[in-house]
Ligand binder design. Structure first.
Ligand code: PAJ
Length: 282
């Protein structure tokens, strides 16, 4: 696996790949790679000739009180993991080359970015969409791989690629979980032992609500109440930001579970913010 830092060099590498007719897959990440990221890289390696993993902790998507500074950056381990999952190129650009002095353009993502996460993290998805479109322009992929774990992000990127005619196939891949069901996340590293144990309530809540829906209880009031009661069993939860049932297409709250429903949760355990979701086919 070749490691590229300068955007110009990335451009030249992509020129050569495209001249040879190679299909390029990109997996954008902020590093601190875990099995969730690696599953995206492996999928890309199966479906593409060349796989570019980008590692960049994007300052634009962090709020002023969020964890940009203390976000983990274990680069050497990341490169080893990316290579063994099948990446052929790692793109690790310095911040100043992505956002040089005077940079001022932003991608406005509209309503999809203002709800859910957007309510709690204003400007977050503008930051994500802006950096992802820069990364797309620098790597010029045929396909781009995102995790269902960040469902709203994946939907927004899919919509951006379509609306802006980016000619990139956006692929959404399943959430990878720890043995006890907790969705893998770089932020799980922040949890102490008790908090880590408490965090399993999220997956329990999602699976039990899925069963409830499958048993025929499909109205939003019952589902919201059930999720809230379930989560309130865990005393280490300091804040529930949202926990409800939504349309996987529009992300609006669903009055009744139909053919497909999406359960999504965002909460804080101690100071750590965790999100997860599950699709239900009643
Ligand atoms: P990051 O949090 O590093 O995640 C990179 C990709 O890995 C995202 O598409 C995310 O959904 C996926 N991912 C994370 N945990 C996963 C899991 N447990 N199972 C499956 N996939 C998982 O998301 C970002 O970075 C950034 O916002 C980025 C898109 C790179 C833009 O800066």
């Amino acid at each position: 696996m070749r490691v590229i830092r300068a955007p110009q060099q990335m451009g030249q590498a992509v020129d050569r790949l495209r001249a040879r007719g190679q299909r390029i897959g990109v997996v954008p990440t902020m590093g601190a790679l875990h099995e969730g990221h690696c599953s995206l890289i492996r999928r890309a390696a199966r479906e593409c000739d060349a796989v570019i993993v980008t590692i960049f902790v994007n300052p634009l998507q962090f709020g002023p009180r969020e964890d940009f500074r203390r976000y983990p950056r274990p680069l050497a381990t990341d490169l080893r993991l990316a290579a063994s999952a099948g990446a052929t190129l790692a793109f690790v650009p310095p911040a100043a080359s992505v956002f040089p002095p005077g940079f001022q353009t932003r991608i406005a993502v509209g309503r999809l970015g203002a709800i859910w996460e957007g309510k709690v993290r204003p400007g977050h998805f503008t930051g994500v969409a802006t950096v992802v479109s820069i990364l797309f322009n620098l790597t010029r992929p045929h396909r781009a791989y995102f995790g269902q774990k960040d469902f709203q992000q994946a939907v927004i990127i899919k919509k951006m690629a379509k609306d802006l005619d980016m000619a990139i196939d956006v692929v959404i891949c399943p959430t990878i979980r720890e043995n006890d069901g907790l969705a893998m996340s770089s932020r799980n590293f922040y949890l102490n032992k008790d908090e880590r144990k408490a965090a399993t309530i999220i997956n329990k809540c999602l699976t039990q609500t899925t069963e409830l829906i499958k048993s025929g209880i499909i109205d939003i009031e019952s589902i919201r109440r059930f999720m809230k009661e379930k989560l309130s069993e865990e005393p280490l939860i300091t804040e529930i930001q949202y926990a409800s049932m939504y349309s996987p297409q529009t992300l609006d709250e669903l009055e009744r579970a139909g053919k497909e429903a999406l359960l999504a949760i965002a909460l804080k355990i101690g100071k750590t913010r965790l999100i997860d979701n599950m699709i239900v086919n009643p």
